[in-house]
Design a protein around this ligand. Structure first.
Ligand SMILES: Cc1cc2nc3c(=O)[nH]c(=O)nc-3n(C[C@H](O)[C@H](O)[C@H](O)COP(=O)(O)O)c2cc1C
Length: 225
């Protein structure tokens, strides 16, 4: 097993890969990641995350069900997502990120073709052998539960990075929340926030390392006093 990296290297080298090797992660290592992630803080210590990790034949079946739902345009999201609602600096960041990804992937075609390529890649989990689906328990207020589950996601991602793995959070998977619940036999009371495809990133593939700018500290942080 790979030794844990220094925190500074973990947090600064984490990226969202969009191409994975098919090599499965040993169960013992999966266990370490979920052991790390269970230390996540939450409002009132509710720990409202309900996590389903899908691998092997179940992963292939889930991907097929997602692709079928997408082909039929059968969306079953719990929380709709409007790509067009971004504006100003947020629209700029979204467009810059998308353009860098499509360039790295060599997809220079029109917007419709790009969207359909991204949809296919997302629903095939970018080739990753595992996907974790993060559902929310119906306690207190949705926004706060989402905050807690988001924190769980980051713990999970950082643990992957610390152990030589990587993952990509995917809101797009939650567009098919109903399909996921049906495939995996999950109670409809649990709402899906996002998924994380994960495994060993494919070395050298430009989609895993294209340049991406992060906002300056001055743009996002104000120090008082
Ligand atoms: C909650 C969340 C949902 C995301 N959903 C998607 C997604 O559906 N598809 C995708 O390709 N990337 C998705 N991303 C990845 C972001 O595009 C990525 O985190 C961002 O561009 C910054 O890149 P980095 O993670 O490599 O630093 C998501 C990220 C987060 C945090």
């Amino acid at each position: 097993m790979i030794e844990d990296k220094l925190f500074k290297d973990v947090i600064r080298s984490r990226r969202s890969p969009r191409s994975f090797l098919s090599t499965p992660v040993p169960q013992a290592l999966l266990q370490v990641v979920v052991e790390d992630a269970r230390n996540t803080p939450s409002n009132c210590n509710y720990q409202p995350w309900i996590v389903h990790i899908v691998s092997g034949a179940s992963r292939d079946k889930l991907s097929s069900a997602f692709l079928e739902a997408a082909a039929e345009q059968t969306f079953s999201w719990d929380f709709p997502f409007d790509f067009e609602s971004s504006y100003g600096i947020y629209a700029e960041r979204r467009q810059a990120q998308g353009a860098a990804y499509y360039e790295a992937a060599g997809i220079m075609k029109d917007a419709k073709e790009r969207r359909s390529y991204a949809m296919m890649q997302n629903l095939q989990f970018f080739g990753a052998p595992h996907v974790a689906l993060l559902f929310m328990a119906p306690v207190y207020e949705t926004v706060r539960v989402a905050g807690d589950v988001g924190m769980y996601g980051q713990s999970f991602l950082l643990s992957l990075e610390a152990h030589g793995l990587a993952g990509i959070p995917q809101t797009l998977l939650s567009f098919f929340a109903g399909t996921a619940r049906e495939e995996l036999g999950i109670d409809p009371m649990y709402k899906m926030l996002f998924g994380i495809s994960f495994g060993y990133p494919e070395p050298g593939n430009p989609v895993n390392s294209f340049p991406l700018s992060k906002a300056s500290i001055a743009e996002t942080v104000t120090f008082h006093g």
